[in-house]
Ligand binder design. Structure first.
Ligand code: HEM
Length: 402
């Protein structure tokens, strides 16, 4: 099995035959059953998050020097922080993502979607046209961060994802280290210049007295995790819904788009794996795991576990327990952006279907996929949009919205 491009059959075989299995090449212990994955995430004392952001292919000394020269470091802050400082930092970030702040973004997400759809004519790629930059713009706005070159942010963040989670050669590591270092340097200078009395994330970190190095590490993770994952979710959702007969035309029904998003998160989660370290010897599914073992939690495998989800390969938006999936993790480190990601995907799906009711995929074959250890989603969603809905049709479908 290719850990970077696993197929559903690979995950099934792991769950059935080797639910806790040490991968020789990476040294990671693959954990694939729902109950085991949830138990690990739920127990921060026996399973530490310290390796969450460790490069999958170790970064060799010459490449580390490129990063070090830029002052690059990722100290424990959020996802990789098992220490006492986690709770305060998490509280600081969560102030920007309260349910009320997130809910208020609905109209802005619809507006950004509409602007992107204005440019759609003839054959198009929904990944490039809609999914690519919208989540970054929304994230920057909710964090109050202004004056950002969004194309540069996307280039920095896709390079960073590949550097830390890709199956990369030494040459590629060299190429990727430069944009990763540039991103970190940019963050550091923006944080240093921030006004502690300001209303943005950088100012809030200064006001709380978070050391610059920690603040830069936190923002590096947040500005990547808070938008690349949602881009991936949008592309996965477009693709999943368009592949099934009869779903696109139902996206205006109350609750239907949200239910589709939940099914995508369960069956095709963009964050397909996440890591932990066993702090002591443990037994999972009858297998003894030594202290210090790095675990790879197969979030995608857990969402397709037939012991929890009936007929797991079927895309079934009416599934009563769809929200039990672990696509956003579980417990102390549960994703702070889950509500925002869900809202973005729901609004984007619904608005796109409303505007282009006859839109369809140009091919029924599998799309090219992003294949990183922890991130998996279509890299393109090629469609034929068809005619946009006229004002009368738009009005009648709008009245069916929530
Ligand atoms: C589809 C989109 C997303 C997915 C699938 C996703 C998934 C995840 C996962 C699996 C974790 C680790 C949870 C754990 O260790 O238990 C996580 C953590 C986190 N996510 Fe997300 N995420 C998404 C979007 C976002 C967004 C939009 C934001 C911010 C606006 C965000 C911010 C965070 C933060 C700050 C953490 C670390 C929380 C902590 O350690 O306390 N994520 N996410």
């Amino acid at each position: 099995m290719d850990l970077f491009q696993p197929e559903p059959a690979d995950l099934r075989s792991l769950r059935e035959n080797a639910p806790v299995h040490r991968d020789e090449r990476t040294g990671l212990w693959l954990v694939s059953r729902y109950d085991d994955v949830r138990a690990v995430l739920a127990d921060p004392h026996r399973f530490h998050p310290d390796n969450a952001l460790t490069a999958v292919v170790p970064i060799p000394r010459p490449v580390l020097r490129v990063l070090a020269r830029a002052g690059f470091s990722l100290p424990p802050t959020l996802a990789n922080n098992g220490t006492d400082t986690h709770a305060d930092l998490r509280r600081l970030v969560s102030r920007f993502l309260t349910p009320a702040r997130v809910a208020a973004l609905g109209p802005r997400i619809a507006e950004l979607t509409a602007e992107r759809l204005d440019g759609l004519s003839g054959r198009a790629d929904l990944h490039a046209a809609v999914a690519r930059d919208l989540p970054a713009i929304v994230l920057l706005e909710v964090m109050g961060i202004r004056d950002v070159d969004v194309d540069a942010l996307k280039a920095w963040s896709t390079a960073s994802l590949e550097l830390f989670w890709g199956d990369v050669t030494l040459e590629r590591q060299h190429e990727l280290a430069r944009p990763a270092a540039a991103f970190h340097q940019w963050l550091t200078s923006r944080i240093k210049a921030a006004d502690p009395g300001g209303d943005d994330l950088f100012g809030a970190l200064r006001a709380q007295g978070v050391p610059i190095r920690d603040a830069a590490g936190l923002c590096y993770f947040l500005l990547i995790a808070g938008q690349e994952t949602t881009t991936q979710l949008l592309s996965a959702a477009f693709h999943a819904v368009l592949r099934e007969d009869g779903l696109w035309s139902r996206l205006g029904e109350p609750g239907f788009a949200a239910a589709c998003v939940e099914e995508v998160l369960r069956r095709d989660p963009p964050v397909s794996t996440w890591r932990r370290i066993a702090a002591e010897p443990v037994t999972l599914s009858g297998v003894d795991v030594p202290a210090g073992a790095p675990l790879l939690l197969m979030l995608a495998g857990s969402g397709s576990d037939p012991d929890v989800f009936a007929e797991p390969e079927r895309f079934c938006p009416a599934r009563p327990n769809a929200r039990r999936h672990l696509a956003f993790g579980f417990g102390r480190h549960f994703c702070l952006g889950a509500g925002l990601a869900r809202l973005e995907a729901e609004v984007v799906l619904r608005e796109t279907a409303r505007r282009f009711p006859d839109l369809h995929l140009t091919s029924t074959g599998p799309p090219p996929m992003l294949g990183l250890l922890s991130f998996r989603a279509p890299l393109s969603v090629e469609v034929e949009p068809g005619e946009p809905a006229g004002p009368a049709r738009l009005r009648s479908t709008a009245s069916g919205r929530r």
